[in-house]
Write a protein that binds this ligand. Structure first.
Ligand SMILES: O=P(O)(O)O[C@H]1O[C@H](CO)[C@@H](O)[C@H]1O
Ligand SMILES: Nc1nc2[nH]cnc2c(=O)[nH]1
Length: 291
């Protein structure tokens, strides 16, 4: 490790080598579970799981609803690794720490990243419990210069100036929509733009109006950094936001959002999300391999 914020290739490699020595699983797919969505990992068969505290170099989860476990296993015969708990900037982690697992996954051989999150609805037609396929994102901290790719570029992972257009894979989005149709999920399916803010506070009414005007359909405090780093190192990315609350945009509206409410809606829809993610993974065009 160089400085507090700078992580070098060897650091990622050490963690990857440790994990490879502890499990026979060789995942091609990684899944990051959003707030209250950790039970996505429960569907994995033949599990090997590790507490973040026991994994060399791994940050620790501090947020309620993020268990802090890395779970390897098979989903419908496809080998996956699943983060039950992600890291957020507002916990005090640097963005290189927030995205540390993504580069470790790359070194494990992961080719596709599936990110999930809990998010507030800015779009007028959205309801609590809707599932939004992420078409694109607005990385507000990134636009302001808070970017996990800041610092010397590691060419072994990817180029200095990565494009961010088309980062949410179109084929995977299409596949997810087909799956939702066949599972009769279309009535609560949306597709839209996720905006990342720094948090940990929820939005003021003026901020909510501003983000809506910017073109954001949903807002949360995660996802963009992980997606950025995954795309930088050549992974395919697919993202889902679970709409857990309406973001208040009207000064007459006295409703107040809280994390407990967010977790409640996540719990209500987690089985549906699990079904969708499982079906998507089962239909990915990948071949398994083991150690
Ligand atoms: O993005 P995830 O981790 O799902 O969590 C979302 O839910 C929390 C707020 O309730 C914030 O951390 C927000 O980002
Ligand atoms: N920033 C933000 N994050 C969330 N996570 C879940 N709901 C919300 C929300 O309304 N705003």
């Amino acid at each position: 490790m160089h400085s507090k914020d700078q992580i070098c290739h060897d650091d990622y490699q050490k963690t990857a080598d440790w994990l490879l020595s502890q499990t026979q699983h060789r995942p091609k797919v990684a899944i990051i579970c959003g707030s209250g969505l950790g039970m996505l990992a429960d569907a994995l068969k033949l599990q090997d799981s590790f507490h973040y505290a026991d994994i060399p170099g791994f940050p620790q989860s501090t947020v309620q609803g993020h268990a802090g476990r890395l779970v390897f296993g098979e989903l419908k015969g496809k080998t996956c690794v699943c983060m039950q708990g992600r890291f957020h900037m507002y916990e005090g982690h640097s963005l290189s720490k927030v995205t540390f697992p993504v580069r470790v996954f790359k070194l494990l051989g992961v080719e596709t990243l599936i990110v999930t999150n809990a998010a507030g609805a800015l779009a007028d037609g959205y309801c609590n419990g809707d599932i939004m396929i992420i078409r694109d994102h607005i990385n507000l901290p990134g636009l302001a210069g808070l970017n996990p790719l800041n610092g010397p570029n590691d060419d072994k992972f990817g180029p200095r100036f990565p494009p961010m257009s088309g980062v949410y894979d179109q084929d995977l989005r299409r596949l997810a929509k087909d799956i939702c149709k066949s599972l009769d999920f279309s009535q609560f399916l949306q597709e839209g733009v996720y905006c990342m803010v720094g948090g940990p506070n929820f939005e003021s009414i003026a901020e909510a109006r501003f983000l809506h005007k910017l073109g954001a359909d949903a807002v949360g405090m995660s996802t963009a950094p992980e997606v950025l780093v995954a795309s930088h190192c050549g992974m395919k990315v697919f993202g889902l936001s679970l709409i857990t609350n309406k973001v208040v945009k009207d000064y007459e509206d006295t409703e107040k959002v809280n994390h407990e409410g967010v977790l409640g809606v996540s719990k209500m829809r987690s089985e549906t999300l699990q079904t969708l993610v499982t079906e998507l993974v089962s239909r990915l065009d990948i071949n398994n391999n083991t150690a």
